[in-house]
Design a protein around this ligand. Sequence first.
Ligand code: NDP
Ligand code: GDR
Length: 355
Amino acid sequence: MGKVALITGVTGQDGAYLAELLLAKGYDVHGTKRRASSFNVGRVDHLFKEENGATPAFQLHHADLTDSTSLIRLVQDIQPDEIYNLAAQSHVQVSFETPEYTANADGTGTLRLLEAIRLLKLEGKTRFYQASTSELYGMVRETPQTELTPFYPRSPYAVAKLYGYWITVNYREAYGIHASNGILFNHESPIRGETFVTRKITRAVAAIEHGRLNKLSLGNLDARRDWGHARDYVEGMWRMLQQPTGDDYVLATGETHPVREFVTLAFSHIGRTIEWVGSGTEEKGLDARDGTLLVDIDPRYFRPTEVDLLLGNPAKAAEKLGWKATTPFDDLVREMVLSDVELLKTEPVRYSYRD
Ligand code: NDP
Ligand code: GDR
């Protein structure tokens, strides 16, 4: 019998990559989806297979992290060997607008899953992965950031994730659950959510290339992030749960780049060179050839409190898990731009290349 995994948030970026990885390893994979008024399983559609009457290796179930009963019932039915808790209201800026919901889903939601393991007496069987985040570091205290760097969250999202982090540690220590936190730095891909800055940039660059958009509007160009590829990071999640005991690990590339650099590089892949002029909210990115305005600043996208600099040290994951990020920054940006240029050839025109 192969192993059985439950992935909450399987319809998101990481869920899709992780499901693919686990299916390739012979797991039976169960994922959660939320009821929505439109089709929302596009990222995992290709994982469904006709099984000629046999139980499919990939199955979806309705559940919500804010609904204990749905989680308990699911864990009871599935009896998973591994739970990957990836579900979350994952957008930092949106968390300032929906702080209570974010706390409920991202903070208390983690507790609900851990309690399901405990109530069902699965402490000795079910291993647990919590999607923790470099946003926990928030205000810069030291760089590069390690598992020992103190946390100072700077958004309702990060504060909710702080609860998720510590309740995972607590259930490991109190009840002996094999529970691990992956403190993951930003990771991106061609299926990254369209409102995170990298994908917003690559979609806008593609839209400009196809003549569908004139300019890209962004917020803070000075923020620096340690950006890796999601495919590498889901491998790290799996490796954490294969260890003899639960623990906490940073997954990062060990390189940091400002948003401005991502933009410049992305435009270079459609043959446009950006010349940056002005500063602060007056900064603009012009086409170096003819001065066309390609990038401007919209204060709407600034956050009430910002995380200025993220740079991770993945030495522990390298030593204990044999893990390392394998995708160079340049390759990541190129892959995302080329994918969006291709996608927008056939995507119906959308007027919302912003946000
Ligand atoms: P996405 O936003 O792409 O996916 C989030 C998933 O959670 C989606 O499947 C979403 O469903 C689901 N979800 C949201 N709210 C609920 C809820 N209340 N109940 C059940 N499901 C819910 O995120 P990523 O794949 O990028 O990230 C995965 C996890 O890792 C998240 O927890 C995120 O906070 C964390 N993380 C991500 C990093 C990154 O750089 N990507 C870095 C560090 C941590 P739907 O599709 O219906 O919206
Ligand atoms: P982040 O990702 O907040 O790091 O959280 P995001 O891509 O949203 O922002 C990165 C940085 O870019 C700046 N920025 C903008 N961001 C967005 N979304 N839109 C803009 O127009 C824009 N302009 C500038 C932001 O201010 C920020 O500094 C992601 C999420 O995946 C979290 O779930 C995860 O925990 C962390 O990464 C690690």
